[in-house]
Design a protein around this ligand. Sequence first.
Ligand code: NAD
Length: 450
Amino acid sequence: MSHTEEPKHATSKGTVTEYSLIRVNGTWSRQAGPCTHGHGQGQPSDAKIYESFNGHGVTWTVVSPIIFTYRVVECEKLLDANNDTLLFGHIADPEEVQTQRNNSKPLRRLVVIDETVNDLYGGQVVAYFKSWKVVYKLLPLPTTEENKSMDLVTRILEEVHRFGIDRRSEPIIAIGGGVCLDIVGLAASLYRRRTPYIRVPTTLLSYIDASVGAKTGVNFFSCKNKLGSYTPPVAAFLDRSFMKTVPRRHISNGMAEMLKMALMKHKGLFELLEKEGRRLLDSAFQSSDVINGRGCTDAASLATRVAIVTMLEELAPNLWEDDLDRLVDFGHLISPELEMTVLPELLHGEAVNIDMAFMVFVSRERGFLTEDEVQRIISCMKRLELPVWHQQCSEELVQNSLSARLKHSGGLLRMPLPTGLGRAEIFNDTENTTLSQAFRKWCAELGSGR
Ligand code: NAD
């Protein structure tokens, strides 16, 4: 077939012509069929345009694959003046790093930092930027769950605008827990439609969860993360030493998301949490006991690494959540409504854990978990000081949450359930009677009135 001959294929709705796109001397043009230009004769695109005609006119269907690349970097001493990760760790090409280091123009960074984190680490952040002669603006904000709204997003955007950021070379830096990272991510996704940003998580929950994926968001009309985007950062820099000042309850809170990954897909992580979980909680993940000789030297780094890798495995192929069958939704069917109903009583991970504890009972009711497995899971949760039941998690709330979920997921309720320790599947056939039975037993066995 010659270049000019157009490949067509008939569909039930008419004839469709596929066009590739190629750029020659700066101009993109369409070319019927697959790209046939050899090397040096133009730059092909992965995008396609499909053209079809019918009695009313023409339809062009654009298929444009978008690739996101981001780095999740585990490192030590992030705020040490000798460590350049915070400034250049998002750049993969060493030559580009060298070019930026040699540039005579000072680097500029706008840093949004959680107020509490600023009290604890703001001095070190300032000293770091001064030592690198960076022109910086440090913006401490009260990034709490109650304040997780568009107001703070707007506040950040105003400061970004005033600071006059160069969106190609001056990523916004967010330092704080999941709330701070989510709010800054949303602001960055809006400013000039997408401005690069960097996440520096300072809580366990944000270290293993909120930092590693693409989601940003704020609460809206009392609905959890109702406004948001799928915009990954250019990089997340993970330094476990921030956790040494995290209150015990918040360490436990983060361990709920870790336990989620363990229950869904990693028996080894579950066993590690069973055995070492309490010690990890006591030490705020600062322990350094050698438990193997393969570079992963202690329980804290092993647990966090497994949690991150298992999470990345689930997120990377489904960054925009087009596929609604998501194991990582375990613990997230009922918890958003519960968390918002009792705000600020329960932390995010605590609400997730209550949801998971109930679902464990649903699994047992369906015959997927043995009594012994259920007891091991619930004991592990309790040892991690996580709540396993809540007065306000009523059967009505459960039903309402699941109905709302059903509405938003194409009429099919996808329910990830453990089918063993470290094994899970997604089910869409859980009967209401099963849910009611499980609920009754859950309250009887774990409820405060038992
Ligand atoms: P958080 O951001 O509210 O932080 C918890 C508390 O710890 C805050 O009071 C904060 O000031 C304090 N803090 C933070 N770092 C500290 C430190 N190093 N030392 C002492 N205190 C410190 O809560 P979180 O648990 O980190 O995150 C929860 C949020 O994350 C929720 O809003 C949830 O929706 C979101 N989240 C997002 C994703 C995602 O994929 N984007 C995933 C999971 C959770």
